[in-house]
Design a protein around this ligand. Sequence first.
Ligand SMILES: NC(=O)c1ccc[n+]([C@@H]2O[C@H](COP(=O)([O-])OP(=O)(O)OC[C@H]3O[C@@H](n4cnc5c(N)ncnc54)[C@H](OP(=O)(O)O)[C@@H]3O)[C@@H](O)[C@H]2O)c1
Length: 301
Amino acid sequence: MTILVTGSTGNIGKRVVAGLVGAGQRVRAMTRDPVAATAKLPAGVEVIHGDFERPETWADALNGVERVYLFSYVDPAPSSGPGFIETAVEASVCRFVVHSAAAAGFEYQGDPEDTTLSAFRRHLAEEREFHRGIERAVEASGAQWTHIRMGLLAAGSDWAEAVRTTGTVRAPFPRSGSSLVHEADVAEIAVAALLTDEHLGAAYTLTGPEMVTQEDQVRAISEAIGKEVTLVELTPEEARTEWHDPAEGMDHEIIDWILEQLEASVRYPGPVPPTDTFERLTGRPPRSFTQWARDHAEDFR
Ligand SMILES: NC(=O)c1ccc[n+]([C@@H]2O[C@H](COP(=O)([O-])OP(=O)(O)OC[C@H]3O[C@@H](n4cnc5c(N)ncnc54)[C@H](OP(=O)(O)O)[C@@H]3O)[C@@H](O)[C@H]2O)c1
């Protein structure tokens, strides 16, 4: 059986590849840059050029594939021609494990275009629609499926460069936080869903074990690298000025929803409360942020 991993060079994808290789599976890793990916991925993986935006690359990527880890940059409903999901099923794919997000499970179903909503609520509605769009397309494809809805990833932190170069982190709302999830936990469940039949038709919201505030995160990183990291508290207005960089995608709308989310998450447990999903599935508690910081200490040194 050949398993195709899309998003194979990303935070979760590379762990899914490693987990499948470790389980002795035949793995094909899709990437837009096979040379760079080959250097990063374990030996024995077939690295193939593929791009969700270039349908001419899909046939080779999907040839002989039965199961797919489906990254969320796929277009579930292209305006012309069959999409990647349909093409995959027409080839030979009979199972998708979907890289989704906790937002897909939110109750809230407002209209993302409704400008009377706050920036954060519009963002949640948009995220929900985006990820549910992919989930729905997979559910309608006739293939088997499992949705992996992850909360905020610890690996999403962009503090490494600041810690390395200045020894400080500048952030508003230091007591805000989230139940950050370790990418290894997400990949572990994704691999199980690809390889066993125990997770068919399930949608799993995966989080870390507890809310970790920004203060907790800085403390854990300091301990992991054996060096004091200082957290400098910014006012929301200072953050607004420091972050504004439309060329990097940080416009006022995005900054508004990040600030709102941080403010909302000062009150425990925040917008994405911890779930017991990982423990229920594995019998083990999820990996902690302290563990994550130790595993990534080199990035911060
Ligand atoms: N970060 C979080 O906390 C979090 C939490 C929940 C859900 N999510 C969801 O995860 C997604 C992004 O995660 P991330 O930023 O952490 O990603 P990431 O790990 O940086 O991975 C991005 C991957 O996308 C691949 N890719 C980019 N463009 C592609 C294309 N046109 N065709 C095929 N592959 C392409 C890249 O592969 P190559 O460059 O090798 O081609 C890379 O493997 C979003 O949909 C987000 O909603 C993120």
